[in-house]
Ligand binder design. Structure first.
Ligand code: UD1
Length: 428
């Protein structure tokens, strides 16, 4: 097993380069199923989730070749399968993103149902209802959903709450459907916009990207394109918060500051000095103890749920009392129990965590339970006095490219240790 050993209390300095966004790469790579021919995709992050999706695409018949560092060539001319097996979907629920493209292109898809995950039930009913409204016949059998349609037809679809992958799946399906599809209360996340822009390049008629109403005019055929994945706003936000946790001064490069507006407003309110430092660069500096601020997660452009665990680390040592409210996922406070092991004073009441800032956190062994919780524990380790051992790195490696190496280059005392056996506490 592997764990990170972090000796806290060392401030950070230097420049960190942000990788391509995981949540943009996954739908964009899935979209290559919609058209035959050669795609070229750049700035693809080297992450476990991306590797799983590429394995799935290969199983479906897509040819995948490396094109230098972080570039990929994909050719989906000859698809050989329409099935996403349980083994892959269970390891990465966003595999469900192949459902829309497969049924739209091949008229048939068989995708394992993802089931729940550590942060909540995470159903995919919006994806399924939307495809049904577009004329697909759905059957659920043996843990799979099977969808069939000679050709999908445009439909008027309303999301009860905006769903990121739901919007992406149906937007992709709609591109090859007959007629017009309207997606109401659609997700506005930059990753949805990035996918929509790629689909437009491919020949789809799409309007309303970045608003709650997306209109797609379907076409018979799409063409392969070149696409560069946008920088990861969640990774950038995590490094802004790393500066807040450890102290020091950082330049975050290769990011899109507009994608981080709400996050920057909150961090400034907490006392971090943040300013733009040239195109695609942000400078962040911490001076003195941070102030407590309340945080409520919301769909974009609100504060992202994917940064909730990380900002809680800052609040754990901030001046007063902060209320962190999670409105997107029902079970996204798994990191609280681990932060308490480091000395944080946090009480969860329903969907809110009441965080009373303590002067210091103290290092201890902790266990990551999900992707963003793992980043939160790394930040906590940077802030804490003494040594923190973070286990559960399979979660961190799903979504953060070389986080330990990037932090070490900024001066953090952090190293990845490979060891036989388990250093974890027993859980009976
Ligand atoms: C995506 C992101 C994830 C992020 C989340 C919220 C990817 C690959 N993942 O996940 O990192 O945390 O958005 O910003 O992009 N819901 C339903 N039925 C559905 C679909 C969703 O009830 O069919 C609910 C969910 O349970 C949740 C809310 O809608 O409460 C939003 O979830 P959604 O936006 O779909 O999350 P994902 O797309 O899975």
């Amino acid at each position: 097993m592997e764990y990170l050993e972090i000796k806290g209390g060392r401030s950070l300095s230097g420049t960190v380069r942000i990788s391509g966004a995981k949540n943009a790469a996954l739908p964009i790579l899935s979209a290559t199923l919609l058209a035959g021919g050669g795609f070229e995709i750049d700035q693809v992050p080297d992450l476990q989730d991306v590797r799983i999706l590429l394995r799935l695409l290969k199983e479906l018949g897509v040819e995948v070749k490396d094109k230098g560092p972080s570039g990929l060539l994909l050719d989906s001319e000859k698809l050989e399968s329409f099935e996403a097996p349980y083994d892959l979907v269970r390891r990465m629920r966003a595999s469900v993103l192949v459902l829309g493209p497969l049924v739209a292109r091949l008229g048939r898809a068989r995708v394992s149902l993802p089931g729940g995950c550590a942060i909540g039930a995470r159903p995919i009913d919006f994806h399924l209802k939307g495809l049904e409204l577009m004329g697909a016949k759905l059957e659920i059998r043996e843990g799979f959903v099977e969808a069939r349609a000679k050709r999908l037809i445009g439909a008027h679809i309303y999301f009860d709450v905006p769903s990121v992958t739901g919007t992406e799946n149906l937007m992709m399906a709609a591109c090859l459907a007959k007629g017009k599809t309207v997606l109401e209360n659609a997700a506005k996340e930059p990753e949805v916009v990035a996918l929509g822009e790629m689909l437009r390049e491919m020949g789809a008629g799409i309007s309303g990207l970045g608003t709650g109403t997306i209109v797609v005019e379907g076409s018979r055929e799409l063409r392969p394109v070149y696409c560069k994945i946008i920088p990861d706003r969640i990774e950038a936000g995590t490094y802004l918060m790393a500066a807040g946790a450890a102290g020091g001064e950082l330049v975050i490069e290769n990011c899109i500051p507009e994608h981080l507006e709400t996050v920057i407003i909150k961090l400034k309110a907490a006392g971090l000095k943040i300013k733009e430092a040239g195109p695609g660069r942000i400078k962040v500096k911490k001076r003195g103890r941070l102030k407590s601020v309340d945080v409520k997660t919301q769909p974009y452009p609100g504060f992202p749920t994917d940064l909730q665990a990380q900002i809680m680390v800052l609040m754990a040592t901030a001046g007063k009392l902060s209320v962190v409210t999670e409105t997107i996922f029902e079970n996204r406070f798994m990191h609280v129990a681990e932060l308490k092991r480091l000395g944080a004073d946090i009480r969860v009441e329903g969907r809110s965590a009441i965080v009373r800032g303590v002067k210091y956190l103290y290092g201890a062994p902790v266990m990551a339970t999900d992707l963003r919780a793992s980043a939160c524990l790394v930040l906590a380790g940077l802030a804490a006095r003494g040594t923190t051992l973070v286990q559960g790195l399979e979660h961190l490696d799903r979504g953060y490219e070389k986080m330990d190496e990037k932090l070490a280059a900024l001066g953090a005392r952090i190293r990845r240790v490979r060891q036989k056996g388990d250093i974890s506490r027993d859980c009976t």
